[in-house]
Ligand binder design. Sequence first.
Ligand SMILES: Nc1nc2c(c(=O)[nH]1)N[C@H]1C(S)=C(S)[C@@H](COP(=O)(O)O)O[C@H]1N2
Ligand SMILES: [Mo]
Length: 263
Amino acid sequence: MNNPIRKPSRPIGHSLDRESILIDARRELTMPSRRLFGQRLLTLGGLSMLTGCSLVDNDSVNKFLTAVSRLNDRAQAALFDPKQLAPTYTEAQITRPFPFNAFYGIDDVPEVDGSDYQLKIGGLVKGQRAWSLPELYALPHAEQITRHICVEGWSAIGRWGGTPFGDFLRRIGADTSAKYVGFRCADDYYESIDMPTALHPQTLLTFEYDGERLPAKYGFPMKLRMPTKLGYKNPKHIVEMFVTNTFPGGYWVDQGYNWFGGS
Ligand SMILES: Nc1nc2c(c(=O)[nH]1)N[C@H]1C(S)=C(S)[C@@H](COP(=O)(O)O)O[C@H]1N2
Ligand SMILES: [Mo]
């Protein structure tokens, strides 16, 4: 993939930071189920006290909004139920064709060579060897038909096949008491997720789409599929994963998107 050109449709920079984080802040303020810190419904003023930010200039407003997003991460993490399942659908409900999306156009999709592909594994993991595709394909198999929700304003139902990610983490001797699992992708995308979501029963490391080998556009050789998270949290073209207690961020998160990204 040469020189990906960012699609103009996706808002970037400060306006995005403000916009997406303000959406988080407003959600925090309006959803009764998300009242933080006891029974009190926080006002924007209350949040500004909690985050220790005065809202006097651009810089402090941006710091404030980032702090609200981090509060929101913690609230979402606290409310996440590791046993609650996302809805599943029937084959007839699958969206055809399933949309492609990335931070570049479809002509720039990376072409990963499967024959010498090795998934690198690092961080707080006992078995740090690399995995070839035939080895990964031989792992226990699971299927799901779930809804993928993209913050750009579309959602679609798709069918993915792969292996339960929590079982894979245990198999490789990952420290499942660590905070994060991070991912690096063949197209310079990167993401990270909280450990409870990594261990969720519907979180799959997928190698197939709709019964076929995962095509390049949907993330060959693998996509981490989490129906409990928004689209941008689901990394495609994964080449490396690592377990860590140091916050790894993510491609969109580092541009202002909320990190937890629950759906
Ligand atoms: N490697 C990589 N993974 C990615 C992205 C990307 O640009 N690169 N885009 C994310 C976003 S925003 C969405 S909506 C989904 C799109 O997945 P799809 O092409 O299978 O619909 O992939 C996510 N994972
Ligand atoms: Mo997305």
